[in-house]
Ligand binder design. Sequence first.
Ligand code: KIV
Ligand code: ZN
Length: 545
Amino acid sequence: MKKEPDQSIVIFDTTLRDGEQAPGYSMTLDEKLRMARQLERLGVDIIEAGFAAASPGDFESVLKIASELKNCTVCSLSRALPKDIDAAAEALSRAANPRIHTFLATSDLHLKYKLRMTHDRALEQIRDMVAYARNKCTDVEFSAEDATRTNPDFLCRAIETAIASGATTVNLPDTVGYATSEEIARMVTDIRSRVPNIDKAVISMHVHNDLGLAVANTLAGIIAGARQVECTIGGIGERAGNAALEEIVMGLKTRKDYYGLTNNVRTEEIARTARLLTSITGVKMFPSKAIVGANAFAHESGIHQHGVLKNAKTYEIMTPESVGVKKTDLVLGKHSGRHAFSERLKLLGFSLSEERTEELFLQFKHLADKKKTVTDRDITALAESEGMSESTNTPRYKLESFVVTSGNKMSATANVILTRGDQMFQDSAIATGPVYAAIRAVEKIIAHPFSLDDYHLNAVTEHRDALGEVTVKISDAYGSYRGRGVSTDVIEASILACLSAINKMLEGASLGSGAASKMQHSFENDMLSAGHTDKTNLNSKLPNP
Ligand code: KIV
Ligand code: ZN
C-alpha cells in the first residue's frame, strides 16, 4: 500500500458539462457564465466548463468562463483525439489555471463495440494523447471511461500508462452507475497498491446514479484513498445523474468525525447555488431532495416539531443556516417598506442591482395588495424571474394589459397589449382555452412563429391566494428558449413566461441543442471523414460520457 494521501478533497464540479448534457438542463452562454461565477463563489476547486470540441457554443462557453474566472481551475473535456485536445487547449488559452480532461473507454465492451480497438491500441492512444495534452497544459486529467466494468489488470496498465505520459489526475468513472460500494473501494485500493507510479497523480471518482448509489459510491472511493470527487449541483447529469455536490460536501462536514477530511466549499453558498440552477433551468428540485429540497429542513410531524423546539439536535443533524437556508419569523405585507424588502432579499441570498431591487419592490407592493402576507417563497419566486430579464440592449416586449373571456360552453378569446420601447401593440386571438388564446395573441403581435414545447404551472405556496409560477420552453427554426413568469393570475404568469422566452428568442440567445447531441453530431462527422459513410449504423459507435 502506498503512502497515505493527504486529508483534503478536491471538489471538481461538472454541472456545466455532464450536468448540462442532461435533457432539460441546457443553458445559454450567459446562463453558464452566471452559474460558473456562483460555483467559484461556492468555492469549488475545478469547474468543468464544457466540452470545447463538441460545438462552437461549447467552445465559446469554455473560452468565456476560462477568461473570467481566476480563483479556480477551469477544465474542458476532450476525447483522446488531437483535434479535441487542440480545441480544449485553445478554449483554455486565457485561463489562469487550465486543465485538459481527456478520456478513453477501457472496458472490453466499449473497446470492442464502440471503439473497435485492441488493448494494445488503447494503451498506445492513452500514451500518445495524454502526452499530447501534457505538451499543451501542465494539468492533465485522464479518465478511463467505464472503469468499473474494465478488467482490473488492464485498468492498472491504462492508469500507469496515463501517469507515465503526464496525467496529474486519474479518474475512475462508474460511467453507467453499475458498481457496488465494495467494488468501488476494491478498485481504488487495487489501483493504489498495484500501479507503481500512482503517487504522482490524484485519484478521482466520477460516479453515475443509475442505481441510486452515486454519493455512497463516491464516498466509498474517498475512504479507499481517492482525493478528487466529480459532482454536480442537485446531482444533475446523464440519465439518472451524477453524485450530488451538496450531499458529498455536507456528508464530509456533518461526519467529519468519521471521514476526517476537509475541502474548500463554503457550505453557506449551497442553497443560493442550487436556487440559481433552478431559476436558470426552470427545473425544480424534488421537494425531499437531500440538502436542497424544499422539505429538507421542514419538520411536519408533531413529535418532531416538539423535539426540535426543545433541542434542534433531536431531529436536525445539520442546521439550515449551514447550507445557507435562512429562516425568519417576520412576514412582509403591504405596509412593509423598501428597506425591509431589500433586507429580506439579502437575507434570502440575492444580491441585486438597485434598479432590479426597485423593480421587484413594485412587484412586491402589487402582490401585497392582493395577498395578506407575502412569504419568503413568494419573494424568492419574484426575484428568481430575474434570470429571464437581464443584460440586453435590445428593447424587450413587456406586458401592458390583457383581457380574456372564457367559459365551458364557448371558445376563449384574448386581447393583449404589449409595449416594446416606446411603441405599443395590440392584437386578439381565439382558441380552445384562455392560455392558448393569450399566447396566440402574443404570437400575432411579435409576428415570429414559434412552437410551445413545454409548459409547467406550479403554485408557489399551498395557500388559496398562492402565486402561480409558469415555466415554458419555446422554439423557432434557430433554437429553444426558456422563460418563466409569476403572478397571482395564471394567465398573466403564462404571458410573462412566454414573453421572457420570446425576448431571448428575438435576441438569439438559444439554448443550443444539448451537449449530447452536439457530441453525437461531431462524432458522426469524425466517423464520416474517417471513411465510414454509412450513417445509419453510427449510434452504436457514439461516445457515452
Ligand atoms: O461518465 C463518464 O465516464 C464521463 C467521463 C467522460 C468522465 O462523464
Ligand atoms: Zn459522466
